[in-house]
Design a protein around this ligand. Sequence first.
Ligand code: XMP
Length: 327
Amino acid sequence: MINDRRPDDMVRITNAELADAFIEEQVAAMKEQIGDKKVLLALSGGVDSSVVAALLIKAIGQQLVCVHVNHGLLRKGEPEQVIEVFKNQMKANLVYVDATDRFLDKLAGVTDPETKRKIIGGEFIEVFAEEARKLDGIEFLAQGTIWPDILESENGIKAHHNAGGLPEDMDFELVEPVKILFKDEIRIVGERLGLPANMVYRQPFPGPGLGVRCPGAITRDRLEAVRESDAILREEFAAAGLEGKVWQYFTVVPDFKSTGIKDGNRAFEWCVIIRAVNTTDAMTAEVEDIPFDLMKKLVSRITSEVKGVNRVLYDFTPKPTGTIEME
Ligand code: XMP
């Protein structure tokens, strides 16, 4: 087994050579740990799980089974990208589960933010465990644990998501190939493994996904407005060269309507709130100074392209007092 802890004298991975050396060493270590056994991985499409998948595909190929659970709260194009990159390009053994209806039915009418998070987290584990039970001969569970996760759990800041809270009878040995890496190192390793830049350098995205950006009880139409407005925001930020520069940016559609005019008629519709912030550790955050011309373009596109929206607002609140997410 490779290092369980990050050695004090480990050189920070900052270039292709160091990343390649890490990949080679890790692939050999995983081959030795896993042998001819099978490994299960919950593949969200986020940086950490994607890099773990790519490393394992390199090490053990078809012995890896990736499960991608679409909880219906992913951003536009995300499940499609996971399928394209891992199934079509990397030829991974990928199980795709569209559990949208299951999640949205459970969430129907639920307004409390923490209850929503609990339902999404609990249902995720249930769906994943159900898929795991359908598979024979799995002995290992791969996880995208990273070095800050370990440090934070040791310091009591947050619980380390070890084994993802799976039922106790599912007793897998863990494979955690990026456990000693910092986020910036994982991105370089991901690039060297051939993952697309927009996957490797993507902004943070919360586990409960768009569910916390559709405040109050989630409805399918409002969720669609969040997804479509978020896609326009990401597209315009990329076109303006802000992708990878602004730390996190997204849209929120509160359960609130206001009067407007569309095509000469009264339109009583939702508003889209844009949030764009910069931070280093997410404990505090500053609002991005979006160029006014870009803002005008966003307003024009969102109000004309997103169904049920007649108004766009910008959240100018730093953290504190506002948290980054609105829920
Ligand atoms: P807040 O809203 O607390 O967000 O200022 C700080 C960072 O954490 C992300 N976030 C979450 N991530 N599950 C996650 O995996 C969650 O429930 C959750 N809530 C917030 C948020 O997107 C931001 O990057």
